[in-house]
Design a protein around this ligand. Structure first.
Ligand code: ZN
Length: 300
């Protein structure tokens, strides 16, 4: 019976007896990834390191956050340089960090993409870390997440796989609903300007065009000059852009000035989860509201 020992070991490991998995098991960096991770983990509670309403680009961990992180088995992070203020902490923690998007892939493209001054500048979606705005990309990220849950948080791979498939089906249904809704927007109206590089994944998925971003960066932390804004206004009138999308709770002073200056419509969209129980309190609710508001604004 040479196979008995590994089987017995596996049973002991997954049963969690005496393991630190009880209690402080799994954390995610944002409330949205906490929800997705919890659903993949069959409803097991997953807390978010960042409280609801935090801008993930500017979040700085406290000492207590570091302690909490170090006591965790598995941290699920968005990656792609979304969690800019958390990177040093993540590289120093003994906790296993599962990145949904690899930071290496993103920075490779990012270097090339910033300070791009010619007319062919387009959102390179690999420099846009807001991958969760495409439900199919979320669905595609789940097998690796499921693997991390089994390998690093000791969850039973068979049940996790069943829960992953259920979530996968829900995400693909959500994608079809949004796709059907946006499909009938006339071609000439499928173009917009966004505050920062935030809608690249969404636009790729639903065949919209992000003509430019006000902050020429993947991050909400950058600052455009008055000259940049003037060029943007010209470009918008050249391309007939009538909509500027901003993040509902973000600092959007430059985008608002640009919209006022050009007569474009401002549309406020949610990019992250709202408080529990609010319409944007779930991933699905948030994404449906985002799609509805964009749909209304683009049709004019
Ligand atoms: Zn953002």
């Amino acid at each position: 019976m040479p196979r008995l020992l590994p089987v017995l070991l596996a049973v002991l490991l997954t049963s969690g007896c005496g393991s630190p998995a009880q209690g402080a098991g799994i954390l995610a960096t944002t409330p949205l990834w906490a929800e997705i991770t919890s659903a993949t983990a069959c409803g097991r509670p997953v807390e978010s390191l960042m409280p609801v309403g935090t801008d993930p680009h500017s979040f700085e961990p406290s000492l207590a956050d570091r302690g909490r992180l170090d006591a965790t088995l598995l941290l699920v992070a968005n990656g792609g340089n979304l969690e800019e203020g958390l990177e040093d902490t993540l590289s120093a923690t003994p906790t296993f960090v599962h990145y949904i998007v690899s930071n290496d892939d993103a920075s490779e493209y990012h270097d090339d993409d910033t300070h791009h001054d010619d007319d062919t500048h387009h959102d390179d979606d690999t420099s846009d870390p807001h991958i969760w705005l495409d439900p199919v990309s979320v669905a595609d990220s789940l097998p690796a997440l499921a693997e991390a849950l089994s390998a690093h948080a000791g969850l039973d791979p068979v049940s996790v796989e069943a829960c992953r498939r259920e979530l996968d089906a829900r995400l693909r249904l959500l994608d079809r609903d949004i796709g059907d809704r946006l499909a009938t927007i006339p071609d000439a109206r499928r173009v917009l300007v966004t505050d920062h590089a935030m809608l690249g994944h969404f636009a790729d998925r639903y065949d919209l065009e992000v003509a430019e971003t006000v902050l020429r960066s993947h991050s909400s932390m950058a600052q455009p000059s008055a000259h940049d804004l003037e060029l943007l206004a010209e470009e918008m009138s050249d391309q007939g852009v009538a909509v500027v999308a901003i993040e509902e709770t973000g600092r959007n002073a430059d985008s608002r000035r640009l919209a006022e200056h050009t007569g474009a419509t401002i549309v406020e969209i949610p990019l992250r989860l709202g408080p529990e129980g609010s319409p944007t309190g779930t991933y699905e609710g948030m994404l449906r509201i985002l799609a509805e508001r964009l749909d209304d604004a683009l049709r004019g």
